[in-house]
Design a protein around this ligand. Structure first.
Ligand SMILES: [Zn+2]
Length: 284
């Protein structure tokens, strides 16, 4: 998919008409990185395209199809990064809607936990940054909290595997009845929505952990989770730092879930960057 609109970004100094992502973007003088990002996103994407997209993926081929279909998002990220490199910016702000604070925010982008990509250079760790300065949640945390808010229906019992992260703190503010698995005071069975933020899958006995998660859910309950995942790999690399492959979905079924799938997502408006992220859902 190509970026088809030609437009100018007023940005930087003495760099009149320098091309970015040739030949689509021209690079000019004068405005902040945050404003430049706004101009880019409003010129490349329509209102509809800026809304968060999610798509179920069940295998590597599904993922590749999704990856190709949404390539303009990847171009968008590269363009932002290219601007930041040209300006030698150590940090900058990305304007977006925070689903945790339920208001517009200025997410912090910097190079903590940065990645390196051949041909581009240092790339922000979009997944772990884009931190909201009001709730202190990063991209991944904001998405997960937003997901719970969208899934939640009155009367649902929601449980989390952790109590020492901003995800728990912010969800507890929004949903005081939320419970933590392993807390002896909590009745942590018959759960409607069970949430794990990178923790559950780190267990060495991850099959045991998935079976236990299944046992805690009620009849139509759902487990929503992140795990370290390699979308290019069919097979899970087991060990202390387990990295899952697509056989994860079959493993979940063997652990008692009736269905399990990955969900690829990206969101311009909410700052859910990091091409291309996946979370997982397993249905009892
Ligand atoms: Zn926030």
């Amino acid at each position: 998919m190509k970026i088809v609109k030609r437009y100018s970004v007023m940005f930087g100094k003495k760099r009149e008409n320098e091309c970015l992502l040739k030949p689509y973007i021209l690079y000019r003088t004068g405005i902040s990185m945050s404003d430049a990002a706004q101009i880019i996103k409003k010129n490349i994407f329509t209102d509809d395209q800026r809304r968060t997209v999610e798509e179920i993926v069940r295998c590597g081929e599904d993922f590749v199809e999704c990856y190709r279909k949404w390539l303009s998002f990847r171009n968008f990220e590269d363009c932002l990064n290219e601007l930041a490199i040209k300006e030698s910016r150590k940090n900058w702000n990305y304007r977006g809607f925070c689903e945790v604070c339920e208001t517009e925010s200025q997410f912090l982008v910097d190079y903590e936990y940065a990645d390196y990509r051949d041909g581009i250079g240092t790339v922000p760790n979009w997944r772990e940054r884009l931190v909201c300065p009001s709730c202190w949640c990063n991209n991944r945390m904001r998405f997960l909290i937003g997901k719970v808010k969208r899934e939640f229906r009155t009367g649902m019992k929601v449980c989390l595997y952790e109590s020492d992260t901003p995800v728990y703190v912010r969800l507890k503010e929004w949903l005081p009845d939320i419970r933590v698995i392993g807390n002896s005071e909590a009745n942590d069975e018959n759960v409607d929505l069970l949430i794990s933020n990178d923790l559950l899958g780190k267990s060495i006995d991850y099959r045991g952990a998935f079976k236990d998660a299944n046992r805690r859910l009620n009849k139509s309950g759902k487990l929503i989770f992140y795990v370290p995942f390699n979308a290019n790999s069919q097979k899970t690399i087991e060990g202390e730092n387990c990295v899952y492959g697509w056989d994860l979905l079959q493993t979940l079924k063997e652990c008692g879930f009736s269905d399990a799938y990955g969900v690829a997502y990206f969101g311009i408006n909410e700052g859910y960057l990091g091409y291309l992220q996946l979370y997982f859902e397993a249905i009892k």
